[in-house]
Design a protein around this ligand. Sequence first.
Ligand code: AMP
Length: 184
Amino acid sequence: MSFTVPEQLVTQLEAQIRIVPDFPKAGISFKDITPIFAQPSLVARAADVLAEAFANQGLTAVAGIESRGFLLGTLLAQRLNLPFILLRKKGKLPWRTVSHSYALEYGEATIEMHVDAIGPGDTVLIHDDLLATGGTAAAAAELVLGQGAKVGGFAFLVDLTFLPGNQRLQAYRAPIHSLIHSNE
Ligand code: AMP
């Protein structure tokens, strides 16, 4: 399915992404999306356009990845009239959880989901603010698959195209859509 983001929206979003060099460590060009969320009409438009890309595709839930994936994720779920599921860092969710650990550049991270959040028969849209190496989104996909559910798509605000995230997520054979593509 083709997905075109209106040029004006791309320009407006790009203007509100603050690039912070060497954060959280030397060599990382951090994309700070917080200024976008200071502009209610821009946030609404971003949610409208990204949700539209996933309308009528048989999705049954939207899963957002802690913490910036909660911001637009809940809005996407609202737009699509679907339940929103929280994927959180280890130890944060109060109920019984399932977890998936994945490798970071240094060490390991674990994300968790409530055990009763989804099950077989669900088709889940995974959302995070930004796609870099794809490790986080792939871990989210593994959590979804581990519960017998399907991955119905991936939605990001920003795709860092100089990193192999998009390529890595191809393995899940689901549409991957981002509002912005950045090569720096
Ligand atoms: P990855 O697992 O490598 O795809 O990294 C994606 C996760 O790390 C997302 O939750 C992002 O919020 C965060 N992230 C990675 N790189 C950046 C960056 N350059 N600027 C902002 N957030 C980033």
